[in-house]
Design a protein. Structure first.
Lengths: 514, 261
């Protein structure tokens, strides 16, 4: 196979993101700022509302079919908890079984080590390109950038990842990386970019999904047939058999996992499952939670090397990259149960409006808001703001197949952010003052007098704007009317019982407006 | 729907000593809600007390990251209410916080005595709708409210406190009331406590979608079981001059022909 158009050699051998941040999202603004910009993107708002709405409905339908869904959730989360409790033992068992079956196992403490291992293997094979199966772990460690720095092109072969890569873009969803694009935008990207890096899109390409998929299929086919090395992640790594599992929809993964001579799989250490039996639970939970299907179209499993069948050189790179830090927190570690299904993104009202890029990570949405500040720490502006990027509505916890209590984790991480800040901010002082006021009912009653005075002074008029920290409230909302009496006043006036003090002016009992 | 104008007998309640937890913001900003709660409970035969030492459940501190500030309020809550048979609060959100945060705050502080006291008190704390349906065993509370009403089930009342459809059961039993289902009712209104000022743009985007769905129903009154969520939606509706008023569930249930809301 030869490419019809020689690929140009720009700064990067494959299309790179145009966004202002570095690949590692360094310098990403805090969530509220990035979200504000994203909210103004009306096309993205429409695309996200439509796409998440469709997936939500599909998921609800297929989850509703299973009367034992809660039992499955419990079994899945228990298997993951068992894995975390005895992680070292299961990892060693996995390594033993992988090696026994002919695979080579590598250990990486962080992203740099993992990338170096992959680059070194690819160089040994003398290749200048790899094909990639959609993989969150390789996105997390910025593997594409590392490979390109070493002169090796990394081709994304998942349709959505291809759209993202050709669009000089970043993924904005774990499962549907191009969810922020609609089909007319995809047609435009294919027509503009495909011919620069391989087989061009047909001249008469329309925005019909079938035609777009066909263009991608033809474009990718030559890469599949040419590549000597493939890079994948894994959805599961089964300790008691040494089996890796990739769950996918398109078949591109199957091509990458079977055609090239060498396969390198980059796997987070939390992906290990204790037993083959556990996989049955997860195969019921994952497709229903992610794509809203009873079963996904392609599930590939491989156990080391099989002579004459599939890749003859199999590498597994097990990465930590912050996971041990997460594991050290007894409450926070439940985030490591995550199987990257995206159910929490699809039900999140904040994600649906802000989109994935505002989270400043390949892990967006509710799970990103609890995972990133744990994996990366809370030093950066965006990581400090992520625990607050939620109204704590709880839809994520309800949808999560692994029963990760994301709202409680968000609250837990907010406390960490506050503690690390040294409690010197204006907010901390205000909170302290308010806590003092609530510390004794007599102080609360004094504060109520001030509110009532305000209510009497306003005499029924409504406040439309406010300065200071409440300014954002009034940008689209009125201020609630202040009362002219408190509940206590009413209670006292009717001579109610329940403790000291019956003083107070006789109030009216008219209903207050909110 | 019932046609009986009088309050139904709630024999289970006769003589039951009930403490009202008003919630700090209701006590201060929306006294109509705890007043309505007292009226309903007394109409159904309860003896209501208002322990004066009560202030705040601590949720605003916990949820903003100030667990240390919340802990004394947990202690205060337990001291104030431990002696009562039942504690009733017209807020699913605070009831949810009491149920799901007080234990963790006490245990997290390593205070075993407080943890035990929390565990003893928490099962006796009810959202108003739970107390009416589960403890008193009534859905028809003798209310009259001849208006078109839609209902937003607040996130914390449903997902944290777990009140289920008890509020809707109560509303549907109100004489004269026309109940209209709210489309996309399970979606958050965008309030989220300090979320509304820390992430004002996303919050308002959520609130405007919620309010759009409310307007689509053609209801004149939007009802919910939490005044902070009602404040959020009501403030947008007021800014839009939408002609829809917001009311707490308790105020609708307290309304009668003689004393209409």
């Amino acid at each position: 196979m030869t490419t019809t158009v020689p690929a140009p050699r720009p700064a990067r051998p494959t299309p790179g993101p145009l966004q202002e941040t570095t690949p590692t999202f360094v310098g990403m603004p805090k969530f509220p700022k990035a979200a504000k910009e994203a909210l103004a993107n009306t096309q993205q708002r429409r695309n996200l509302a439509h796409a998440t709405g469709v997936i939500r409905a599909k998921r609800a339908r297929v989850v509703g079919e299973l009367p034992h869904w809660e039992d499955l959730r419990l079994a899945g989360s228990q298997a993951k908890d068992e894995m975390m409790t005895h992680l070292a033992a299961y990892l060693e068992q996995l390594e033993t079984n992988l090696v026994r079956n002919g695979a080579q196992v590598h250990w990486a403490r962080d992203a740099a080590e993992a990338c170096q291992i992959v680059v070194d293997i690819a160089k040994t094979k003398g290749t200048d390109e790899v094909v990639k199966v959609k993989s969150m772990a390789t996105q997390e460690i910025e593997l594409n950038e590392a490979l390109e720095a070493a002169g090796i092109r990394a081709w994304e072969t998942d349709l959505a990842e291809l759209i993202v890569q050709l669009g000089h873009d970043r993924p904005s969803h774990i499962l549907v990386p191009a969810i922020h694009r609609n089909r007319s935008e995809i047609r435009e990207i294919f027509r503009r970019e495909m011919h620069l890096v391989g087989r061009p899109a047909p001249d008469d390409l329309t925005d019909e999904p079938r035609r777009l998929a066909e263009a991608a299929r033809l474009h990718l086919r030559e890469k599949f047939l040419r590549a000597k090395v493939a890079v994948s992640g894994a959805n599961f790594a089964i300790a008691d058999t040494g089996t890796l599992v990739v769950v996918e929809s398109e078949g591109n993964g199957r091509m990458c996992l079977t055609l090239p001579e060498t396969l390198i799989s980059v796997v987070g250490i939390e992906k290990v499952l204790p037993t083959w039996q556990d996989l049955g639970t997860f195969m019921q939970l994952l497709p229903r939670s992610s794509t809203g299907e009873r079963m996904n179209p392609y599930t590939s499993m491989w156990t080391g090397v099989h002579p004459g069948d599939g890749p003859q050189e199999v590498h597994v790179v097990l990465i930590d990259n912050g996971r041990s830090h997460v594991l050290a927190d007894p409450l926070g570690r439940q985030a490591l149960r995550c199987i990257r299904c995206s159910a929490c993104l699809n039900v999140c009202p904040v994600y649906e409006r802000a989109g994935g890029h505002a989270y400043g990570s390949v892990y967006p949405g509710p799970i990103g808001a609890v995972l990133n500040p744990q994996l990366r720490g809370t030093a950066s502006a965006v990581d400090k703001s992520l625990p607050y990027a939620s109204s704590l509505c709880g839809a994520c916890f309800e949808a999560c197949p692994m029963r990760i209590d994301i709202p409680s984790l968000l609250v837990h991480l907010r406390a960490r952010v506050v503690d690390e800040s040294g409690r010197k901010s204006a907010e901390a002082k205000a909170m302290k003052g308010m806590a003092w006021m609530f510390g004794d009912y007599r102080r609360l009653e004094k504060a109520q007098k001030a509110a009532k005075l305000g209510g009497r002074l306003l005499g029924g008029r409504t406040i439309h704007t406010m300065p200071g920290p409440f300014g954002p409230w009034t940008s689209a909302r009125d201020v609630p009317d202040l009362p002219t009496h408190s509940f206590r006043d009413w209670w006292d006036a009717r001579g109610g019982s329940g403790g000291a003090g019956t003083a107070g002016s006789p109030p009216s009992t008219t209903q207050e407006q909110r | 729907m019932s046609t009986a104008p009088a309050a139904p007998a709630a024999s289970a309640a006769t003589g039951l000593k009930v403490a009202l937890f008003a919630a700090c913001y209701n006590d201060t900003m929306w006294p109509g809600t705890p007043i309505a709660t007292v009226k309903i409970l007394e109409r159904l035969g309860c003896r209501v007390e208002f322990p004066r030492k009560q202030t705040c459940c601590g949720q605003i501190f916990t949820n903003t990251g100030y667990a240390a500030e919340a802990l004394p309020l947990v202690r205060g809550f337990v001291e104030t209410f431990a002696a009562y048979d039942a504690v009733v609060a017209p807020t699913g959100s605070c009831v949810g916080a009491i149920r799901h945060q007080h234990h963790d705050l006490a245990a997290g502080a390593g205070d075993a005595a407080l943890t035990r006291a929390v565990d003893a008190l928490t099962p006796k704390v009810y959202d108003l709708s739970e107390f009416l349906v589960d403890v008193l065993g009534v859905t028809d509370v003798g209310a009259y409210f001849p208006h078109r009403v839609t209902f937003h089930p607040t996130c914390h009342s449903v997902r944290v406190a777990g009140v289920g459809d008890r509020p809707q059961q109560l509303l549907k039993a109100v004489r004269g009331l026309t109940f209209i289902d709210l489309p996309h009712q399970e979606e958050c209104c965008g309030f989220g406590g300090t979320f509304s000022v820390k992430n004002p743009d996303v919050s308002i985007a959520m609130a405007s979608d919620k309010v759009r769905h409310v307007r689509e129903t053609g209801a004149e009154v939007l009802v919910a079981g939490d005044n902070m969520c009602l404040m959020n939606m009501g403030s947008v509706l007021a800014r839009q001059r939408a002609g829809i008023r917001v009311m707490h569930l308790a105020e609708v249930l307290a309304s009668t022909e003689e004393d209409p809301a």
